[in-house]
Write a protein that binds this ligand. Structure first.
Ligand code: NDP
Length: 321
């Protein structure tokens, strides 16, 4: 089976390519610069890459750039999208590549017959930013959708880019009868394959190396291997549909700090968060749909042990860190 991964050099996509090759897929992987070894070497050395990985040049903002790439593919995993918080021109640096880029990829998909499903890498930032108050008894689930006006008012440009991109993707997919599934991960952590740091891993690293103080915020954490695995399950399971929130655990940064103290007692970490009065409340994110992704219709007597029968087991945060 032939599939396409856009933005293949990225943190999540590199794991996705690795797992797809492991599963025996032929992968057409797009990068902006196939001649940059920093973006390609870690992919070219993956098991199976020599036989089944094809690196192709494509740019989100170049109309028709993905036409020949997606042609002949059964699945398209659209992960490419800029993920930065510090930008000078949010429209050009984040919103255009996210929104126009997603539509560009989907337009290419609409032109070919081979594609059975598109899996879109969206984000929890397209789910949770709707202005609703968070509290320990609140459970965020896939029915939530971030509100563009809320993101814009607070100048949350990355959040806005992902919200608008997912909104437009659903509209286009419906209008063009594309079978699309969205994966909405929280902050992705865990080992990285690529030589350069991405924003989410950098966030943790800055806390660990003291570049930033532990803030009074909560994190929606998920392991990168679970995220890559969920993409494949969402493609392979014919009954998968709609959106899937992927959050292994919601944690206050003080809890992250506590775990880091336990795991790495030699690190020179602060005793407590920079600002902890009052603590930002913790809340929950539903795992129900994510956990059901790998589910074969399990007999009722086995259903009690559902977790063991699922394709997706959340990696403990302690392992990811
Ligand atoms: P990375 O920064 O590691 O990867 C982003 C990828 O997008 C890179 O491969 C980059 O290509 C590509 N890209 C950016 N702009 C363009 C463009 N104009 N044309 C073509 N490709 C482009 O990020 P992550 O792996 O962390 O993120 C991947 C996806 O997952 C994104 O959609 C992100 O929004 C989403 N996500 C990430 C989370 C996280 O915590 N990491 C959480 C939730 C969602 P190049 O290598 O050429 O720069």
């Amino acid at each position: 089976k032939v599939v396409c991964v856009t933005g293949a050099s990225g943190y999540i996509a590199s794991w996705l390519v690795k797992l797809l090759l492991q599963h025996g897929y032929t992968v057409k992987a797009t990068v902006r610069d196939p001649n940059d070894p920093k973006k390609t070497e870690h992919l070219l050395t993956l098991d199976g890459a020599k036989e089944r990985l094809h690196l192709l040049k494509a740019d989100l903002l170049e109309e028709g750039s993905f036409d020949s790439v997606v042609d002949g593919c059964e699945g398209v995993f659209h992960t490419a999208s800029p993920f930065y918080h510090k930008v000078t021109d949010p429209q050009a640096e984040l919103i255009d590549p996210a929104v126009k880029g997603t539509l560009n990829v989907l337009r290419s998909c609409a032109k070919v017959q081979s594609i059975k499903r598109v899996v879109l890498t969206s984000s929890m930032v397209a789910v949770a930013f709707n202005g609703k108050p968070l509290a320990p008894d609140v459970v965020i689930d896939e029915t939530w959708f971030s509100n563009a006006a809320v993101c814009e008012k607070s100048k949350l440009w990355y959040m806005l880019s992902k919200t608008l991109a997912e909104e437009d993707a659903w509209k286009f997919a419906k209008e063009n009868a594309i079978d699309m599934v969205a994966i909405n991960p929280g902050l992705v952590i865990g080992p990285f394959l690529q030589p350069t740091l991405n924003t989410s891993v950098e966030t943790v690293l800055k806390l660990v190396n003291g570049a930033e103080r532990f803030p009074n915020i909560t994190y929606r954490l998920v392991d990168v291997r679970d995220v890559a695995n969920a993409h494949i399950l969402a493609f392979e399971n014919p009954s998968a549909s709609g959106r899937y929130c992927l959050v292994g655990r919601v944690m206050h940064s003080s809890e992250v700090l506590k775990i880091l103290h336990e795991l790495f007692p030699d690190l020179n970490l602060p005793e407590k968060c920079a600002d902890d009065k009052p603590f930002v409340p913790i809340y929950l994110v539903s795992k129900e749909r994510a956990e059901s992704l790998g589910l074969n219709f399990t007999p009722v007597e086995v259903s009690k042990e559902r977790a063991e029968n699922l394709g997706l087991n959340f990696t403990p945060v302690e392992v990811s860190l």
